[in-house]
Design a protein around this ligand. Structure first.
Ligand code: UD1
Ligand code: UDP
Length: 413
């Protein structure tokens, strides 16, 4: 039976009824399956934590390389060794391309390794494929960053659907906050399959922010005496007309405010770079950069005045650094920081973006209100909790690990 109701006194997740023949492993072979930049950033702290300690977990790292260069940047930064690299990325790949190549590649790896557990992260097509192929082999799935919902099928697209599909395939749901737990409970996921851990991105952020790095020396062409507006944009639903409006708004702000530097590490999707070059390429206070390695990006976030983005992960990181975020989307699946006041969803219309940017540049009261540091997404210990939960589910420990409780967010029973 799949997703069966399980009490805390019952024998964890293993051996699952459909793997009855297997004996309890001495070491849990946990396969980490990911492929894009954000998945790597959010998986890295768990893998590093396992490597550092004596957890009884034997990690296997499998990457689709849905992102090639942007994934490799993260693997280098965190010094992660890969066991299998499916190398699927193609320029301008379609969702079906990614799915097809990742399914075929992962199938072979699973047959060879037969892991005890497969861990996927977030809402990418790679993560969905991980859950799907694991299920074809009746291998339990752990979903890191489970339970996020925007409640809008096409925003973000295809991530909202991926998340829901992954939840159906998942056995252990590692949710970042009580809000995400509530979403899953509403969909009928049994409470004892859900563990509130905080988001591992905060672990990655805390590890990185304390590293020594001279950002001004590394980016001598950026004038850090001016106010830095950090920008990222990549969502599929924003490609085309929305992206044009975003870039035109940036152009207007850069022309009107000479005391501002716009720093924009451009995602490698050619549809973004081409348009950014066309609209923003000649503006002296707009810096179109290649994607930054995580350390550089975090250090520039720290130096920024505010952030304009359609990214998911940045909505989680920026509040911890006390940086206001204007979100270039219709909706967000991350309501916690919106509620706390540091994140504002502004859509993608040119006039709305200009108005909101000007407000933050001119209205000090509003700026101060949005720039306090809060940590609704984690305390830097999510990876530790996930490891303890795996040990608990595989009967290495008998006590159910405690949930992460975010400051200011109510606990759900
Ligand atoms: C993917 C995820 C999205 C996640 C985002 C993080 C899906 C459907 N989308 O979207 O959820 O938020 O990653 O950034 O899973 N490219 C390169 N080199 C790279 C990376 C990308 O050249 O290192 C180019 C390629 O031409 C590729 C294109 O970007 O075809 C788009 O990449 P893709 O992974 O399909 O979509 P993202 O928008 O990056
Ligand atoms: N990031 C990075 N370099 C960059 C831009 C972003 O390392 O040039 C990091 C950022 O700190 C965050 C993650 O990448 O942790 C977000 O990735 P992205 O926006 O691509 O994906 P999303 O979070 O929207 O899925």
């Amino acid at each position: 039976m799949f997703l069966r109701k399980m009490s805390n006194t019952e024998i964890g997740l293993y051996p699952l009824s459909y793997k009855r023949g297997r004996v309890m492993p001495d070491k849990i072979k946990a396969m980490f399956f990911f492929g894009t930049r954000p998945e790597a950033i959010k998986m890295a702290p768990i893998i590093k934590k396992i490597e550092e300690g004596n957890s009884g977990i034997e990690p296997r790292v499998v990457v689709t390389a849905q992102h090639r260069q942007m994934l490799d940047q993260v693997l280098d930064t965190f010094d992660i060794e890969v066991d299998y690299d499916l190398n699927i990325m193609r320029s301008n790949q379609s969702l079906s391309d990614i799915t097809e190549r990742a399914v075929q590649g992962f199938e072979k790896v699973i047959r060879e390794e037969d892991p005890h557990m497969i861990l996927v992260q977030g809402d990418t097509t790679t993560a969905f494929v991980g859950g799907l192929v694991a299920n074809y082999h009746k291998i339990p799935v752990g979903h890191v960053e489970a339970g996020l919902r925007s409640f809008d099928k096409f925003n973000p697209f295809p991530e909202e659907i991926n998340r829901k599909l992954i939840s159906v395939l998942t056995d252990i749901h590692f949710v970042p906050t009580s809000v995400s737990k509530e979403n899953l409970l509403r969909e009928g996921v049994p409470s004892d399959h859900i563990f509130i851990t905080g988001n591992t991105v905060i672990d990655a952020l805390f590890r990185t922010v304390k590293m020594d790095f001279d950002v001004e020396e590394s980016f001598p062409f950026i004038d850090f005496h001016k106010r830095i507006i950090l920008v990222t944009a990549h969502r599929r639903e924003n490609l085309g007309p929305n992206m044009r409006q975003i870039f035109e708004a940036l152009g207007q702000i850069s022309r009107e405010y000479k005391d501002v530097e716009i720093v924009f590490p451009v995602h490698l999707n050619p549809r973004i770079g081409d348009l950014a070059g066309e609209i923003l390429g000649d503006l002296p206070n707009v810096h179109l950069l290649k994607p930054l390695d995580y350390l550089s990006f975090v250090k520039i976030m720290e130096k920024s005045y505010f952030i304009l983005t359609d990214s998911g992960g940045i909505q989680e990181e920026a509040p911890s650094l006390g940086k206001p975020v204007l979100v270039l989307r219709k909706v967000t699946e991350r309501p916690e920081a919106v509620k706390a006041g540091t994140v504002k969803v502004i859509g993608t219309k040119k006039e709305d973006i200009i108005r909101e940017m000007k407000n933050l540049l001119e209205n000090e009261e509003d700026y101060m209100r949005m720039s306090h540091s809060i940590n609704p997404y984690g305390d830097g210990r999510a990876s530790e909790r996930i490891i303890s939960i795996l040990r608990y589910c595989f009967q290495k420990d008998s006590e159910r690990p405690r949930d992460f409780i975010a400051p200011g967010l109510e606990v759900i029973g």
